[in-house]
Every structure is written in C-alpha cells, then in structure tokens.
Design a protein around this ligand. Structure first.
Ligand SMILES: NC(=O)c1ccc[n+]([C@@H]2O[C@H](COP(=O)([O-])OP(=O)(O)OC[C@H]3O[C@@H](n4cnc5c(N)ncnc54)[C@H](OP(=O)(O)O)[C@@H]3O)[C@@H](O)[C@H]2O)c1
Length: 343
C-alpha cells in the first residue's frame, strides 16, 4: 500500500535538532508531500537542501501553516507557545520538542517504545520528552518487568550539542583555541566547556534543582505513569560533542538480579547492551553518536542493597533524545486519522 503523502512543516529547521530531523525524514522515507521550513527572521531566505531538493527558509509566523498536516516544533518553548496553537488551528498536528506543553494534562508525553499507547486519533499535539529523561527511561523502563521501580538516583554527562548548534561550535572553537594557548570567552554556554565540566546551564529554582533536573524528575513520573516514583538527578555538562551519558542507581520494590536485568535490556526495542567487563567496554558517547539505539551497560548489582541495580547509559540526544523520537511519534500519528475531520 502506498502511504498517504503528508504536508510537513519544521519550525527551527536551521537548528541542531532541525537539521537532524531533515536527515531523518529522508532516511526513514517519511511520506512527505510538501516540506515547509521555518526559522527565526534572521534565517529568512536561507537555502537548505532536504529530501533531494533546495528549500527556502521562511520566518515562522502565525500565518505560515495553512495547508500543513504535520508540524514539528524545535525552536524553544517561547516559539512553541506562540505558534503551535496557530498550526493546530490551521488543521495540523504538532509534535513539539520544547518543554512548552509537556506537563499539560491531556498532552501525551511520549517515548514510543514505552508509552506509545498515549497517542490516539484525538491527539493534536504530542510532546517529546526532555532528552535526558528519554535516555534515562530508555535504560530503565525495560527493567519494570523485574519489579516496581521506586527510586532512581541519576547523574548526567551531557554533550554540548544538547544546548544547540552554537554550543557545539563553541566546544570545537574553544578546544582549538585552548590547544593554541589562546583564550576564548564563553558565549553560548555560561562557562568554558573545553577541558572543563559544569552544572547544567538551566535556571536553578528555590529548591536548588536546576530545570533540567526538575524535568527529568517530573517527566519520568508522567511517562511511566507513576506519581510515587522518586527521581533525584544531578545534571552536568561535559566537553562531549554529541550524545548524553547517564549513570543511574535504580531501586525496586523487591530483590532483583543482574542476569534478569541484562535479559530484559537485551530484548528491549531501541536498546543495545554494551557490557564487556573483560575488555572494559561500556556505553560511550563516541559509540552512541549518530546511532538510533540507546546503549546500556555496566549493569551491576548493588553491594549494599539487593533491591538496587546500577547502570551506565549513552544515547545520541539529537536523535533518540529529539529528532528520532519526534519522527517515531509522527509515524505513529499517521496511523490514526485525525478525529473530528481534518487529516
Ligand atoms: N539539542 C538537543 O539535544 C535537544 C534535545 C531535545 C530537545 N531540544 C529542543 O529542541 C529545540 C531546538 O534545539 P536546538 O538544539 O536545535 O537549538 P538550536 O540549534 O539553537 O536551534 C534553534 C532553532 O530555533 C530557531 N528559532 C530561534 N528563535 C526563533 C523564533 N523566534 N522563531 C522561529 N524560530 C526560531 C532557530 O532559527 P535561527 O537559525 O534563524 O536562529 C533555529 O532553527 C529547543 O526547544 C530545545 O530545547 C534540543
């Protein structure tokens, strides 16, 4: 059966996630009819090649969505809040990469391998979870068959690309400058990123958590459908170009075994176990970069608690943490005609 072709828009097409989305549309043969690319007014008129053709970037505005059936938003939460309602009004479904609607009741927050059933014909807007939350949950959700997860303590090692295309370039430029003995002042990131690491560059609330840590905690509860789950996260930016890593201690409501965990992870969709103790080969961002799968390893019991397991996770947050997860959601939505007419 030839799939129905869809008119697709991307808001934020010039960004790190937008570029990845364009590549994935081609790679996954997404059934695109018209492709309309949007960014900020600074990029208006810029040419981008995608799906074998050259496209002119438009400045995103409320009037640009007429005739579109699906719009990916990847331009920050301010832009999503301002423009997503116009896209929906124009008859499109929205897949949003920002945090604008994630915690709204009635907005599915979806990792298709875990809670794809939250999508349905009535879905007009679906939210892509925070990239660090996606990596964590890809690594721990398959373990729910061992027992109920009660508590997670997680530390992240987050790539510069998580802060966008400019931060990625800043890591490259600063590293070159440092090697030549020059100093380069940070601009996209708050502190020097070359040969350094620092607490995640999101605002810190009164309770001491930064926004990234809060998102990992709240979104994990929503996605796993468990308001009792406690998650303590410490989010750190490291001088890695691409792919986030996370070290997690996961506590269950009963004793669990390393063998059962390895088995559950080995058969989980979207996960590859990398756990070679002899060769000291475990998940590394350099192996995860550019891959669809999330790597999980260093699976080990906890010497002091037989209900806990420890893990190391690495995954490309531009792909599974953003663009790939968005496209998987869009592919799932294509299976449901939009309720109440429209597409
Ligand atoms: N990077 C990641 O790993 C990651 C992971 C998950 C989710 N996200 C989310 O995805 C979104 C994009 O992130 P990114 O890393 O791709 O950022 P980025 O590389 O900085 O790109 C930002 C994009 O948004 C566009 N934009 C900025 N202001 C705009 C406006 N007022 N109207 C329309 N477009 C505007 C930019 O256009 P110009 O080029 O014209 O400035 C650019 O296309 C953010 O919401 C981010 O939180 C990112």
């Amino acid at each position: 059966v030839t799939p129905k072709l869809v008119n697709v828009g991307i808001v934020g097409a010039t960004g790190a996630v937008g570029q990845e989305l364009l590549g994935l549309l081609a790679e996954r043969r997404f059934p695109v009819n018209e492709l309309r690319l949007f960014a900020s007014p600074t990029s208006e008129g810029r040419k981008l090649s995608a799906l074998g053709a050259e496209h002119t970037v438009r400045a995103a505005g409320p009037e640009g969505f007429e005739g579109l059936e699906l719009v990916f938003f990847s331009a920050g939460s301010g832009t999503s809040l301002r423009l997503a309602p116009h896209a929906i009004e124009a008859g499109a479904r929205v897949v949003d990469n920002s945090s604008a609607f994630r915690m709204n009741e009635g907005v599915p927050l979806v990792i298709p391998e875990i809670n794809g059933d939250a999508l349905g014909p009535e879905t007009t807007i679906a939210a892509v979870p925070n990239c660090s939350a996606i990596m964590l949950l890809m690594g721990i959700a398959p373990l729910r068959r061992l027992g109920r997860i009660r508590r997670v303590i997680v530390s992240t090692y987050q790539a510069a690309s998580g802060a966008g295309a400019r931060a990625m370039q800043e890591l490259l430029d600063q590293t070159a400058a440092a090697l030549e003995g020059r100093e380069l002042k940070p601009s996209a990131l708050p502190h020097p990123i070359a040969f350094n690491l620092f607490c995640h560059d999101s605002p810190i609330g009164e309770d001491g958590r930064n926004d990234e840590e809060r998102k990992m905690e709240e979104e994990s509860r929503k996605i796993l459908g468990d308001p009792e789950l406690s998650v303590t996260a410490t989010c750190i930016r490291v001088p890695v170009l691409r792919a986030h890593s996370e070290s997690a201690c996961v506590e269950f409501d009963r004793a669990v075994s390393e063998q059962d965990a390895r088995q559950a992870l080995s058969s989980a969709a979207g996960v590859v176990v990398v756990d070679d103790r002899k060769a000291n080969r475990f998940p590394m961002p350099i192996d995860a970069a550019g891959k669809d799968e999330v790597l999980v390893g260093r699976i080990r019991g906890d010497m002091y608690n037989d209900k806990a397991l420890n893990l190391l996770i690495s995954g490309d947050q531009l792909r599974k943490g953003a663009a790939l997860n968005s496209i998987q959601i869009a592919e799932a939505l294509l299976r449901f005609p939009r309720a109440g007419g429209g597409q």
